[in-house]
Structure formats: structure tokens, C-alpha cells
Design a protein around this ligand. Sequence first.
Ligand code: HEM
Length: 70
Amino acid sequence: MQRSATPKLTRLRVQVYDVTDYVDFHPGADAILRRAGDDSTAGFYGPQHPPTTRDLIDEYYIGELATDKG
Ligand code: HEM
């Protein structure tokens, strides 16, 4: 897959990650892009991901969505 300049954002609950630099290395290939810009929570915590994936994603954390709850 060709890397593009468009940022690839993904989201787990209210936490947002810029995974632009990771998509080319994803062992699940384009699956990560199916949810780009959307909520990946259910898929991310699926059985295809080893527990170490939860540490890996910390590197790509960029912030939290604003919520009404303050
Ligand atoms: C920053 C780290 C990662 C993120 C954000 C991520 C995200 C995702 C997402 C969103 C999906 C789609 C789930 C769905 O069907 O809704 C997926 C699928 C998958 N991921 Fe990851 N992933 C990461 C790391 C990894 C790692 C480390 C592995 C393996 C060691 C892996 C293996 C897979 C596999 C095998 C699939 C299924 C592919 C398919 O359905 O065709 N991922 N991942």
C-alpha cells in the first residue's frame, strides 16, 4: 500500500490516535483503514490483537474528544 499524506485518525472510546505512521506496518493490512476517522474500539479489543497492542497504540495518542460532560 502506498503511504499518503492524509492523516489517518482512529479512535478508542474518546481517545484519539494518529496512526498515519502505523498503517503500513499493520499486520491486519487494510483492516485498520476500514475504521479510519471513526470509532475502532470494538475491533481494537478483538481477539486478533495480542495484549501488547495496547502498549503499542500509546505511541500514537494525540488527545481526547471534547464531551458534553466536561
Ligand atoms: C496501533 C496498533 C493497532 C491498531 C490501531 C489496530 C487496529 C485495527 C483495526 C481497527 C482493525 C479492524 C477491526 C475490525 O474488524 O473492526 C484491525 C484488524 C486486525 N489487526 Fe490490528 N491494529 C493494531 C495492531 C495490530 C497488531 C500488533 C496485530 C498483530 C500482531 C494486528 C493484527 C490485526 C489482524 C490480524 C486484524 C484482522 C484483519 C482482517 O480482518 O482482515 N493489529 N486492527
